[in-house]
Design a protein around this ligand. Structure first.
Ligand code: SF4
Ligand code: MG
Length: 336
């Protein structure tokens, strides 16, 4: 399968007001193939949203700064593009939907005006054709009374309807890549399920790839082909969805999986992972998960684990899986 997006050795710093520097994304590499759904998971503060904003070139610079790496779409480094070239890509080859559609919908324009504007920015078609296309898209996202909704303002719509409109806008120029950042988190559970289903349907119909950002492992299980687990600015595990759920390796992944509701569990009493993600301006010297890890060893505190290939498409960044790490671990156990 052909590579669509290739992020390599991406490093992003934030210059904080107190003069400190925060390494919010630290040597992140991954690829997305054409038509593939890749989930980027992790708790808030792990750098997921910053990574996605940098792909869209929407990172606030300053205080943000991309200090290393490349972000290639179809082989071309987006970081080399001029702003004008990039605005031709945004909303066209790559589009994005956010958690709260009100942040990206303009309150003073009708749904129709926003849709038509977005379409006509990238396609040379008449207003009438753009209107027809908009109506068609609204129907595609399951809005039956499209004629009415097209004339309405965002505040007149429910949260679920707004998210449907956002998806229609995001798909209107047939993007090769859709970035969805927690698109269902603000919605109630039944609407969440409908919106997820709709997104996957639209992805199939428009043959787009998706980078799906979420903290919710049950969403990952339902949508993703592959999973990237992010922690404190690094990808700590990467695998196909099946492999990740059947054979998780990183202690953080295992902990995340335990936060997932199953049929018997009471959602309100799900365990959360004790402790917090270390702040990006005060990262520990060794493994960034060390302060929360039940398997922490002496070397974890001083030496950063490298990403290790444990099999095809399965990588993990943890000393337990390096030869030396496994050895030390055995030794500790035999001493205990
Ligand atoms: Fe835990 Fe050590 Fe692995 Fe980090 S490197 S996740 S502290 S075992
Ligand atoms: Mg976020």
């Amino acid at each position: 399968n052909q590579v669509l997006l290739e992020v390599k050795h991406l490093k992003i710093k934030f210059h904080l007001k107190n003069g400190k520097q925060a390494k919010v994304v630290d040597d992140v590499s991954f690829t997305i193939r054409k038509g593939e759904t890749v989930a980027l998971v992790g708790e808030s503060g792990s750098g997921k949203s910053i990574t996605s904003l940098s792909i869209m070139r929407l990172l606030p610079i300053p205080p943000g700064e991309i200090t290393a790496g490349t972000i290639k779409l179809n082989g071309k480094n987006l970081l080399d593009f001029k702003n004008k070239e990039m605005s031709n890509i945004r909303g066209n080859e790559i589009s994005m939907i956010f958690q709260e559609p009100m942040t990206s919908l303009d309150p003073v324009f009708t749904v129709g005006n926003q849709m038509m504007e977005g379409i006509r920015r990238h396609q040379r078609i008449s207003k009438k054709e753009a209107r027809e296309k908009s109506l068609h898209l609204l129907k595609e996202v399951g809005i039956a009374n499209a004629e009415k909704v097209i004339a309405e303002y965002p505040h007149q719509l429910s949260g679920g309807m707004r998210q449907r409109v956002m998806i229609a806008i995001a798909m209107s120029n047939n993007p090769q890549l859709l970035i969805a950042d927690e698109p269902t988190t603000a919605l109630d559970v039944t609407v969440q399920a409908q919106i997820l289903k709709l997104m996957m349907k639209m992805k199939e119909e428009h043959q787009s790839a998706i980078l799906f950002i979420t903290h919710d492992m049950s969403v990952v299980a339902e949508t993703a082909d592959r999973v990237l687990v992010m922690y404190a600015g690094q990808i700590v595990e990467e695998a196909t969805v099946r492999e990740l759920f059947m054979n998780p390796k990183h202690p953080y992944t295992t902990a995340l999986l335990k936060t997932m509701p199953n049929l018997e569990s009471d959602v309100k009493r799900l365990p959360s992972i004790p402790g917090t993600v270390p702040p990006a301006y005060a990262l520990p010297e060794g493994c960034r998960f060390a302060s929360r890890c039940p398997f922490v060893m002496a070397q974890c505190r001083n030496v950063q684990p490298e990403a290790i290939h444990i099999q095809d498409e399965h990588k993990v960044r943890c000393h337990l899986f390096s030869k030396k790490g496994a050895h030390d671990h055995d030794e500790e156990r035999s001493l205990a």
